[in-house]
Design a protein around this ligand. Structure first.
Ligand code: GLN
Length: 486
C-alpha cells in the first residue's frame, strides 16, 4: 500500500507509530496529485508550500507529545468554504480574485485538529449543479472514466478522494451535492443533519438547505471527520447546541444489525432508475437483512413534489443570497458609468448562465403576487415532506434507497438540458428539505464498471444509526476496496 492510498484511520496509526511523518505523507499525496490531476482536474487551487509548512509544524507538535484527531492528515476543501489567505472562488468569475480574511468554522476546526490542508476543490458555480460542468473554470473528470462527470456540485472533492489526491475532503450539500458525487465517484459522502455543522464561512447558496458534509474513503473516516467539524458555533445561529457523540467509537467491529429496523421507501424504486442501480441497491438491502436487520417497506407519499419544491425554495433563497455580489463589496467590479450600470455589467459578466437562471427563477417566485402561489405553497409542501419522514422514522431507524438514479453520465450529456440535470438529485433533495441526514456509500458497479451508491438516511441527529448501518454493510462487502484504474 502506497502512502497516498491510506485511509485516515490507517494514516493515523502509521503516524502515531512513527512509521512515517506528516511531511512524508503530505509529500506522497502531493506527488500523487501532480501525477494525476492534469487528467482529473479536481483542484482549483493547490497550496503545496503551505501544506508542507503545516506538515512540518504538526510533526513538531507530535514530537512535543501532542496528539489530535487529524494530526498530520492531508485534506482538501471545497472552494465554497472560506480559507484565510487562500483564494475562495465558488467556481465563479465573480469571486475569481476573492481572498477571505478568515476561515470557515469547519475549516478552522480541521486546522485545530491538526489537519494539513492541500487546497481548494472544483465545484459547480455557487454549488449549483450536479456535474461540476457549471464551474466557470473547468470541468472535473471522473477518476473511473475520464470522459464522465464526477457528479456535483462537490465533484472536485469526491474526485480528489477517489483518485487518492487527499485522504478526505469537505463538501457541501444543498440538495445532494455531497452524496451524489460520492455515489458517482465510488466514495463515502455524508450530509449531516441541518444544524449539526456550523455554516459560518460557507458562502451561502440556499441558507435553509445548505449543510457542510464530508467525503471519505470509508465509513470510519467519515465518522472521524464529522466528529471534528460537528458542534455548536455561536457564529451560526442555526447550529444546534446539542452534544457531539463519539461517532467513531460507535462503530463496532461486530457487524451484526440485529434489532435495527431498515425502511425501504416504495417511491424510490420507480421508472427512470438505471436497472443495474436498482439491482445493486436491492442486493444491498438483502445484505442488510442477512446481517440481522429487520427490513420493511415504508412510504414517503410526497416524494414526487420534492423536486419542484426544491427548485422554488433553493432559487428563491439563492436570489436573495446572491444579491450581495454587486461589484461594490466583493470580488469582480465591472465599471460602467453609473451605479445601476455597474451592477448590471458586474453581474452580467460575473455570473454564469445557471446562476442567472436561478436568480431569475427565485426573484420571480418571491415577487409580489406570486409569492403566495409559489414560494409559500412550496414551503407548505416542504412541511408535508418532512412529516412523511417523521412518520417513517416512527417505524424504522434508517431508510435505504439509491443515491442517484444513474451512474456517472458523460461530460456534455446533460449540460444543455437543465431539467435532466436537476433529476440527478431526485433521490437526495428530500433530506435537505426535511433537514435530516444521509450518507452514500459504494454498493456495486454497473456493466461499464462505474460505481453505484447506496443511500442511508437517518432522522434529525440520527448520524450514529446511519454510520452504524453503513459501517456494518461496508465490513461485509468489498466494494470500497476497489480503486479507479488511473
Ligand atoms: N444539484 C442541486 C442543485 O443544483 C443540488 C446542489 C447542491 O446540493 N449544492 O441545486
Amino acid at each position: 500500500m502506497k502512502l497516498h492510498q491510506l485511509t485516515i484511520h490507517e494514516a493515523r496509526d502509521g503516524l502515531a507509530n512513527g512509521e512515517f511523518t506528516a511531511v512524508d505523507l503530505t509529500e506522497a499525496v502531493l506527488e500523487r496529485t501532480l501525477a494525476v490531476d492534469n487528467d482529473v482536474r479536481a483542484y482549483l487551487t493547490l497550496t503545496p508550500e503551505e501544506a508542507l509548512v503545516q506538515a512540518r509544524v504538526v510533526d513538531g507538535r507530535r514530537a512535543a507529545g501532542e496528539d489530535a484527531p487529524l494530526l498530520g492528515i492531508p485534506l482538501a476543501i471545497k472552494d465554497v468554504l472560506c480559507t484565510e489567505g487562500i483564494h475562495t472562488t465558488c467556481g465563479s468569475r465573480i469571486l475569481e480574485d476573492f481572498v477571505p480574511p478568515y476561515d470557515a468554522t469547519a475549516v478552522a476546526r480541521l486546522r485545530a485538529a491538526g489537519a494539513v490542508l492541500l487546497g481548494k476543490t472544483n465545484t459547480d458555480e455557487f454549488a449549483m449543479g450536479s456535474s461540476t460542468e457549471n464551474s466557470a473554470f473547468f470541468t472535473t473528470h471522473n477518476p473511473w472514466d475520464l470522459d464522465r462527470v464526477p457528479g456535483g456540485s462537490s465533484g472536485g472533492s469526491a474526485a480528489a478522494v477517489a483518485a487518492d489526491e487527499c485522504l478526505g475532503a469537505l463538501g457541501t450539500d444543498t440538495g445532494g451535492s455531497v452524496r451524489q458525487p460520492a455515489a458517482l465517484c465510488g466514495v463515502v459522502g455524508l450530509k449531516p443533519t441541518y444544524g449539526r455543522v456550523s455554516r459560518y464561512g460557507l458562502v451561502a447558496f440556499a441558507s435553509s438547505l445548505d449543510q457542510i458534509g464530508v467525503l471519505a474513503k470509508d465509513v470510519a473516516d467519515a465518522a472521524i471527520l464529522l466528529a471534528v467539524i460537528a458542534g455548536h458555533d455561536p457564529c451560526d445561529s442555526t447550529s444546534m447546541d446539542v452534544p457531539v457523540p463519539d461517532y467513531g467509537g460507535a462503530l463496532q467491529d461486530n457487524n451484526r444489525l440485529v434489532g435495527v429496523r431498515v425502511g425501504v421507501p416504495r417511491e424510490y424504486f420507480v421508472q427512470g432508475v438505471q436497472p443495474d442501480v436498482e439491482a445493486a441497491v436491492r442486493a444491498a438491502v438483502d445484505r442488510l437483512a442477512d446481517l440481522g436487520a429487520e427490513v420493511q417497506e415504508v412510504s414517503l407519499p410526497h416524494t414526487d413534489y420534492a423536486l419542484p419544491v426544491y427548485y422554488l425554495i433553493a432559487p428563491a433563497e439563492a436570489s436573495a443570497n446572491l444579491a450581495r455580489y454587486d461589484g461594490v463589496r466583493y470580488g469582480l467590479r465591472v465599471d460602467d458609468g453609473g451605479l445601476i450600470e455597474t451592477y448590471k455589467a458586474t453581474r452580467g459578466q460575473g455570473f454564469g448562465s445557471e446562476v442567472k437562471r436561478r436568480i431569475m427563477l427565485g426573484t420571480y417566485a418571491l415577487s409580489a403576487g406570486y409569492y403566495d402561489a409559489y414560494y409559500l405553497k412550496a414551503q407548505k409542501v416542504r412541511t408535508l415532506i418532512k412529516a412523511d419522514f417523521d412518520a417513517a422514522f416512527e417505524r424504522v431507524d434508517v431508510i435505504v434507497a439509491p443515491t442517484s438514479p444513474t451512474t456517472a453520465f458523460r461530460i456534455g450529456e446533460k449540460v444543455d438540458d437543465p431539467l435532466q440535470m436537476y433529476l440527478s438529485d431526485v433521490f437526495t433533495l428530500s433530506m435537505n428539505l426535511a433537514g435530516i441526514c444521509g450518507l452514500s456509500l459504494p454498493c456495486g458497479f454497473d456493466a461499464a464498471g462505474l460505481p453505484i451508491g447506496l443511500q442511508i438516511m437517518g432522522s434529525a441527529f440520527g448520524e450514529e444509526a446511519v454510520l452504524r448501518v453503513a459501517h456494518a454493510y461496508e465490513q461485509a462487502t468489498e466494494w470500497h476496496r476497489r480503486r479507479p484504474p488511473l
